[in-house]
Design a protein around this ligand. Structure first.
Ligand code: SF4
Ligand code: SF4
Length: 267
């Protein structure tokens, strides 16, 4: 994303909508500017603000005159008054930023839509997590922190060393160079994205060990790491195997989602 300095009138509206805090008013050129290294190409600025097409010179002139009278002239807060945003034609590797940051575009770079795989949400149909297993989602970057692939790779390498296999239909897995080692393509390691989810599955007996491992790697990380746990309910609709392990680890459990009969049962 770029801001056209010839159009920008430095009203500052866009600085509030960027979830990464990547837009600032440059005091030297007196225009809104995007920190390209921090921008994740989420398009929240371009799509989130209405674009008006006022004449930039006219707006600057009016603002200048009124400011001399100590009167502020600001556009409505949800508007870029001069349509100054100009999306870039993104090329590899920068295009992965948008794929993992703008929920409205598919993962062009990975061939996988969404940030995770469908199976973890529809286990009653897919049967991916079996009795005696737990499916873990490890989410990086949300809310509003972002993450670089280098940090995701650190977690993946630790998991691979522990012998944990990765979900193959997952967008992050599709960007790995070696799933047995957990390495991700070198050319995207410094790309920053809004968020990503690594998906794994472990036997129940390893849940405590793997959660402790994730926590240990997270301590060295500069981003937010969130763990989601998927497990099979018993015939009463309860889960009494994985839940006690999590409670023993100090987690207060909230059942976020129970899937029942939304499709053909895999049981
Ligand atoms: S909203 Fe538009 S005119 Fe206002 S600072 Fe941002 S880019 Fe410039
Ligand atoms: S595309 Fe997203 S991250 Fe980049 S400047 Fe716009 S709002 Fe901020």
């Amino acid at each position: 994303m770029r801001i056209n300095p010839d159009k920008c009138v430095a009203c500052g509206n866009c600085t509030y909508v960027c979830p990464m805090g990547a837009i600032f008013i440059d005091p030297i050129i007196k225009r809104a500017t995007i920190n390209r290294d921090e921008c994740v190409e989420c398009y929240a600025c371009f799509n989130g603000l209405s674009q008006e097409h006022l004449n930039p010179s006219l707006v600057r002139g009016i603002r200048g005159v009124l400011s001399k009278l100590r009167i502020r002239f600001d556009p409505e807060p949800d508007v870029c008054p001069t349509a100054a945003f100009e999306p870039d034609d993104l090329k590899w590797p920068r295009v992965v930023r948008r794929a993992f940051s703008d929920p409205r575009v598919p993962h062009e770079s990975t061939g996988v839509e969404g940030r995770g795989t469908e199976e973890v949400k529809t286990n009653d149909v897919s049967g991916r997590v079996k009795l005696g297993e737990a499916g873990l989602t490890i989410e990086f970057g949300r809310p509003a922190v972002g993450v670089r692939f280098r940090e995701i790779q650190e977690m993946c390498i630790a998991l691979a060393r522990a012998g944990v296999p990765f979900e193959m239909k997952n967008p992050v897995t599709s960007l790995m160079t070696d799933t047995a080692v957990g390495t991700i393509r070198e050319d995207i390691l410094d790309e920053k994205i809004m968020s990503a989810i690594v998906e794994i599955k472990v036997p129940v007996a390893r849940v405590e060990e793997i959660i402790r491992l994730i926590h240990e790697v997270e301590q060295r990380s500069t981003t937010v790491v969130t763990i989601g746990v998927g497990a099979r309910c018993d015939s009463d609709g309860e889960e009494r195997v994985v839940a006690p392990i999590l409670e023993q680890l100090g987690y207060r459990l909230e059942r976020a989602r129970t899937n029942i009969g939304i499709g053909r049962s895999a049981a």
